[in-house]
Design a protein. Sequence first.
Length: 197
Amino acid sequence: MSDLLVLAAQKRASSGKCNNRRSRKQDLVPGVFYTADGKNISVQVPVRDLEKVYAKVRRTTVFNLEIDDNGSKTAYPALVWQVQRDPIKSTFTHIDFFGVDLEKPIKIIVPVEFTGVAKGTKVGGVMETYRDQVRLIAKPLDMPSKIVIDVTPLELGTTLSVADLPLAEGVKAAYDTNYAIVSVLLPGKAEEEATAE
Protein backbone atom coordinates (compact mmCIF):
# COMPACT_ATOMS: atom_id res chain seq x y z
CA MET A 1 0.00 0.00 0.00
CA SER A 2 3.00 2.29 0.36
CA ASP A 3 3.02 3.20 -3.35
CA LEU A 4 -0.63 4.36 -3.35
CA LEU A 5 -1.51 8.03 -3.60
CA VAL A 6 -2.28 9.59 -0.23
CA LEU A 7 -5.11 12.01 0.53
CA ALA A 8 -4.86 13.60 3.97
CA ALA A 9 -8.14 14.12 5.83
CA GLN A 10 -9.20 15.40 9.22
CA LYS A 11 -11.84 13.75 11.36
CA ARG A 12 -14.82 16.02 11.97
CA ALA A 13 -16.36 16.09 15.42
CA SER A 14 -19.74 17.21 14.09
CA SER A 15 -21.72 17.41 10.87
CA GLY A 16 -24.78 19.31 9.66
CA LYS A 17 -25.33 22.15 7.20
CA CYS A 18 -23.81 24.88 9.40
CA ASN A 19 -20.64 22.91 10.08
CA ASN A 20 -20.36 21.89 6.42
CA ARG A 21 -20.68 25.53 5.37
CA ARG A 22 -17.98 26.48 7.86
CA SER A 23 -15.65 23.83 6.42
CA ARG A 24 -16.16 25.09 2.88
CA LYS A 25 -15.30 28.64 3.90
CA GLN A 26 -11.97 27.25 5.12
CA ASP A 27 -11.40 25.56 1.71
CA LEU A 28 -12.20 22.17 3.22
CA VAL A 29 -14.60 19.71 1.61
CA PRO A 30 -16.84 17.85 4.09
CA GLY A 31 -17.38 14.16 3.55
CA VAL A 32 -17.99 10.74 5.04
CA PHE A 33 -15.71 7.71 5.05
CA TYR A 34 -17.54 4.38 5.12
CA THR A 35 -15.07 1.86 6.48
CA ALA A 36 -14.75 -1.70 5.21
CA ASP A 37 -16.16 -2.97 8.52
CA GLY A 38 -19.31 -0.85 8.39
CA LYS A 39 -18.42 2.27 10.40
CA ASN A 40 -19.03 5.88 9.32
CA ILE A 41 -16.41 8.56 9.97
CA SER A 42 -17.14 12.23 9.25
CA VAL A 43 -14.11 13.81 7.59
CA GLN A 44 -13.00 16.93 5.77
CA VAL A 45 -10.26 17.27 3.15
CA PRO A 46 -8.43 20.30 1.70
CA VAL A 47 -10.10 21.15 -1.60
CA ARG A 48 -6.84 21.54 -3.56
CA ASP A 49 -5.47 18.21 -2.35
CA LEU A 50 -8.78 16.56 -3.23
CA GLU A 51 -8.75 18.04 -6.73
CA LYS A 52 -5.23 16.75 -7.39
CA VAL A 53 -5.90 13.24 -6.12
CA TYR A 54 -9.35 12.95 -7.71
CA ALA A 55 -7.94 13.94 -11.12
CA LYS A 56 -5.75 10.82 -10.92
CA VAL A 57 -7.94 8.26 -9.17
CA ARG A 58 -11.49 9.25 -10.20
CA ARG A 59 -13.84 6.52 -8.94
CA THR A 60 -11.89 3.45 -10.01
CA THR A 61 -8.39 3.67 -8.48
CA VAL A 62 -7.51 2.84 -4.88
CA PHE A 63 -5.65 5.40 -2.77
CA ASN A 64 -4.80 5.80 0.91
CA LEU A 65 -7.16 8.05 2.86
CA GLU A 66 -5.06 9.17 5.82
CA ILE A 67 -7.36 10.36 8.59
CA ASP A 68 -5.98 12.59 11.34
CA ASP A 69 -7.92 12.06 14.58
CA ASN A 70 -6.49 14.58 17.08
CA GLY A 71 -2.91 13.92 15.98
CA SER A 72 -3.30 10.17 15.52
CA LYS A 73 -3.11 9.32 11.82
CA THR A 74 -4.46 6.13 10.26
CA ALA A 75 -4.33 5.27 6.55
CA TYR A 76 -7.16 3.32 4.94
CA PRO A 77 -7.21 1.95 1.38
CA ALA A 78 -10.24 3.65 -0.16
CA LEU A 79 -12.15 4.58 -3.27
CA VAL A 80 -14.28 7.60 -4.07
CA TRP A 81 -17.94 6.62 -3.85
CA GLN A 82 -20.03 9.74 -4.48
CA VAL A 83 -19.14 13.31 -5.38
CA GLN A 84 -21.32 16.40 -5.09
CA ARG A 85 -20.38 19.60 -6.90
CA ASP A 86 -21.63 23.16 -7.01
CA PRO A 87 -23.90 23.36 -10.10
CA ILE A 88 -22.43 26.72 -11.15
CA LYS A 89 -18.79 26.69 -10.02
CA SER A 90 -18.37 22.89 -10.38
CA THR A 91 -16.35 22.90 -7.16
CA PHE A 92 -16.57 20.02 -4.69
CA THR A 93 -19.25 20.51 -2.03
CA HIS A 94 -19.30 17.02 -0.50
CA ILE A 95 -17.58 13.69 -1.03
CA ASP A 96 -18.08 10.13 0.19
CA PHE A 97 -15.30 7.55 0.39
CA PHE A 98 -15.59 3.85 1.05
CA GLY A 99 -12.94 1.59 2.48
CA VAL A 100 -11.92 -1.58 0.68
CA ASP A 101 -10.29 -4.86 1.61
CA LEU A 102 -7.47 -5.25 -0.91
CA GLU A 103 -7.96 -9.03 -0.94
CA LYS A 104 -11.71 -9.01 -1.64
CA PRO A 105 -13.26 -8.40 -5.09
CA ILE A 106 -15.50 -5.38 -5.56
CA LYS A 107 -17.89 -4.19 -8.27
CA ILE A 108 -17.17 -0.85 -9.92
CA ILE A 109 -18.51 0.98 -12.96
CA VAL A 110 -15.57 1.68 -15.28
CA PRO A 111 -15.60 4.03 -18.30
CA VAL A 112 -15.08 2.67 -21.82
CA GLU A 113 -12.87 4.56 -24.28
CA PHE A 114 -12.96 3.88 -28.02
CA THR A 115 -9.88 4.45 -30.17
CA GLY A 116 -9.10 4.05 -33.86
CA VAL A 117 -11.33 4.10 -36.96
CA ALA A 118 -13.35 0.98 -37.71
CA LYS A 119 -12.60 -0.65 -41.08
CA GLY A 120 -16.30 -1.02 -41.76
CA THR A 121 -16.87 2.74 -41.67
CA LYS A 122 -14.49 3.14 -44.63
CA VAL A 123 -16.84 1.15 -46.86
CA GLY A 124 -20.06 2.91 -45.90
CA GLY A 125 -20.77 1.48 -42.47
CA VAL A 126 -21.82 3.45 -39.39
CA MET A 127 -20.32 2.76 -35.96
CA GLU A 128 -22.89 2.59 -33.18
CA THR A 129 -21.76 2.62 -29.54
CA TYR A 130 -24.22 1.23 -26.99
CA ARG A 131 -22.27 1.54 -23.74
CA ASP A 132 -19.72 4.05 -22.55
CA GLN A 133 -19.20 2.29 -19.22
CA VAL A 134 -19.29 -1.25 -17.85
CA ARG A 135 -19.53 -2.79 -14.41
CA LEU A 136 -16.50 -4.92 -13.55
CA ILE A 137 -15.55 -7.28 -10.72
CA ALA A 138 -11.95 -7.42 -9.48
CA LYS A 139 -9.77 -6.98 -6.45
CA PRO A 140 -9.28 -3.24 -5.81
CA LEU A 141 -5.66 -3.12 -6.98
CA ASP A 142 -6.48 -5.10 -10.14
CA MET A 143 -9.35 -2.85 -11.20
CA PRO A 144 -8.55 -0.91 -14.40
CA SER A 145 -9.18 2.83 -14.44
CA LYS A 146 -10.85 2.44 -17.86
CA ILE A 147 -11.35 -0.06 -20.67
CA VAL A 148 -9.77 0.96 -23.97
CA ILE A 149 -11.27 -0.64 -27.08
CA ASP A 150 -9.48 -0.36 -30.42
CA VAL A 151 -12.29 -0.46 -32.98
CA THR A 152 -9.93 -0.53 -35.99
CA PRO A 153 -10.47 -4.27 -36.78
CA LEU A 154 -14.28 -4.02 -36.81
CA GLU A 155 -15.64 -4.89 -40.23
CA LEU A 156 -19.06 -4.04 -41.61
CA GLY A 157 -21.71 -6.12 -39.85
CA THR A 158 -19.61 -6.96 -36.79
CA THR A 159 -20.41 -6.40 -33.13
CA LEU A 160 -18.16 -6.35 -30.10
CA SER A 161 -19.91 -7.54 -26.94
CA VAL A 162 -19.16 -7.68 -23.22
CA ALA A 163 -17.54 -11.11 -23.61
CA ASP A 164 -15.08 -9.60 -26.13
CA LEU A 165 -13.77 -6.92 -23.79
CA PRO A 166 -9.97 -6.88 -23.37
CA LEU A 167 -9.91 -7.63 -19.64
CA ALA A 168 -6.78 -8.51 -17.68
CA GLU A 169 -6.49 -11.68 -15.63
CA GLY A 170 -8.53 -11.42 -12.43
CA VAL A 171 -10.99 -8.93 -13.96
CA LYS A 172 -14.42 -9.93 -15.23
CA ALA A 173 -17.60 -8.21 -16.34
CA ALA A 174 -20.51 -8.26 -13.89
CA TYR A 175 -23.21 -9.14 -16.40
CA ASP A 176 -25.27 -12.28 -16.95
CA THR A 177 -26.23 -11.12 -20.46
CA ASN A 178 -23.63 -10.68 -23.20
CA TYR A 179 -24.56 -7.07 -24.03
CA ALA A 180 -23.38 -5.39 -27.23
CA ILE A 181 -20.82 -2.63 -26.69
CA VAL A 182 -20.21 -1.37 -30.23
CA SER A 183 -21.27 -2.38 -33.75
CA VAL A 184 -20.50 -1.38 -37.33
CA LEU A 185 -23.72 -1.50 -39.34
CA LEU A 186 -25.16 -0.45 -42.67
CA PRO A 187 -26.70 3.08 -42.40
CA GLY A 188 -30.31 1.80 -42.53
CA LYS A 189 -29.60 -0.91 -39.96
CA ALA A 190 -27.90 1.65 -37.68
CA GLU A 191 -31.08 3.75 -37.68
CA GLU A 192 -33.14 0.67 -36.76
CA GLU A 193 -30.76 -0.15 -33.92
CA ALA A 194 -30.89 3.45 -32.62
CA THR A 195 -34.71 3.36 -32.70
CA ALA A 196 -34.72 0.06 -30.81
CA GLU A 197 -32.38 1.47 -28.17
